[in-house]
Design a protein around this ligand. Structure first.
Ligand code: SF4
Ligand code: SF4
Length: 350
């Protein structure tokens, strides 16, 4: 008999779901969803599982990750049950479920926890700068090492264990039989989806959003590579300097458009913004903008007199690396890529 959690509906509301109990199971949402297939049919059955409190069904499901939130289902729902937003809320709930530290859930559910975390990290950076007597050279040196150590630690301590938990929930616990060789056979799918998110092209009228995401993913990863491995702020190489400028501008321009879209509530994906959504887009926007300003201040020989620019950049960087990447919406990018990979494993094992 299916497991029933009567408190699940209330819990989902803490993750942003609203009005899904109004669903009368007509199936219109599934009929209009261009990503739903007979093998992977959604969102109606996810709405059904949510109203019935079947949290273990959802925990083992990859369906919330197969939705790219085009909003068509919500537009056509005769009950205003907003199945598109429910799918988004399920992704938040699953992110909290995968996270062994429990911190993701706290961030999603409490704005106070989010604000306190941001303030603590900012104070930590200012305290460190004070301890270094606000010496630019020393701050740049440690800032550069911080990036490398933070990336490695966040992956080793938080993200890799969480991916293993996700694998346990969707493959091991439901007793899916996957041959060892299949893990290699399906690996191409992981990289293709991670870098191109090509499945989202299946959503109607999604080409512009897909293209913006593509530039953002490549711009963000390239900026990370340029600052961490090519040492952009210290580089004298004109090509590296120009590359960093182009990447930071690309990240800034695309995220500014996303912020604008959320402010104006132009698309379904941006009409129900939660604090975690704002933290992601504003954090990314500030990353691109402050990185650009730091390099500009270096090139104009102003960085010594305008040290605050670098300290603000360090604060944004630390908040991004210690809060958004391991526990915030950035993880959706990773979990979605693994969801495509696990879905392929299951498909090849049938
Ligand atoms: S369209 Fe609305 S009412 Fe119909 S199944 Fe979907 S969520 Fe329920
Ligand atoms: S938001 Fe779009 S992709 Fe997601 S379930 Fe609804 S129709 Fe399908």
């Amino acid at each position: 008999m299916a497991n029933i959690n009567p408190k699940f509906g209330e819990k989902l509301k803490e993750y942003g779901a609203e009005n899904f109990n109004a669903c009368y199971n007509c199936g219109t949402c599934t009929a209009v969803c261009s990503l739903s297939t007979p093998e992977d049919s959604f969102p109606r059955n996810m709405v059904r599982c949510s109203t019935l409190g079947q949290d273990q069904e959802i925990e083992a499901s990859l369906k919330p990750w197969l939705c790219y939130y085009c909003g068509e289902c919500s537009l056509h729902c005769p009950q205003d049950a907003n199945p598109g937003e429910l799918m988004m809320s399920l992704r938040r709930w699953l992110t909290a479920k995968y996270d062994w530290t429990g911190f993701s859930g706290l961030l999603y559910k409490s704005l106070a926890v989010t604000l306190i975390s941001l303030i603590v990290v900012a104070l930590g950076v200012v305290g460190f700068a004070y301890q270094q007597n606000f010496e630019l050279e020393s701050l740049m040196h440690y800032g550069h090492y911080f990036e490398m150590i933070a990336i490695g630690s966040v992956f080793a301590v938080v993200l890799v264990p969480n991916i293993i938990r996700m694998w346990y929930f969707v493959i091991i616990k439901p007793k899916k039989k996957v041959a060892f060789a299949t893990y290699f056979k399906a690996s191409g799918d992981f990289f293709v989806h991670m870098f191109t998110q090509k499945r989202s092209l299946g959503c109607d009228d999604n080409q512009v959003r897909w293209f913006e995401h593509l530039i953002l993913v490549f711009g963000y990863l390239a900026l990370l590579f340029t600052t961490v491995f090519l040492d952009w702020f210290d580089s004298k190489n004109l090509f590296v300097i120009a590359l960093g400028y182009i990447e930071s501008i690309a990240v800034f321009v695309i995220t500014a458009d996303f912020v604008n879209s959320r402010l104006k509530k132009q698309k379904a994906v941006s009409t129900h913004s939660q604090p975690s959504d704002w933290l992601f887009v504003v954090g990314l926007l500030l990353m691109g903008f402050t990185a650009f300003l730091v390099r500009l201040a270096i090139d104009m020989n102003m960085i010594q007199s305008q040290l605050w620019i670098f300290i603000v950049h360090l604060i944004v960087l630390a908040q991004w690396a210690l809060i958004v990447v391991p526990f915030g919406k950035w993880t959706h990018f990773l979990y979605r890529s693994f969801a495509m990979y696990f879905a392929k494993l299951i498909e090849l094992s049938k």
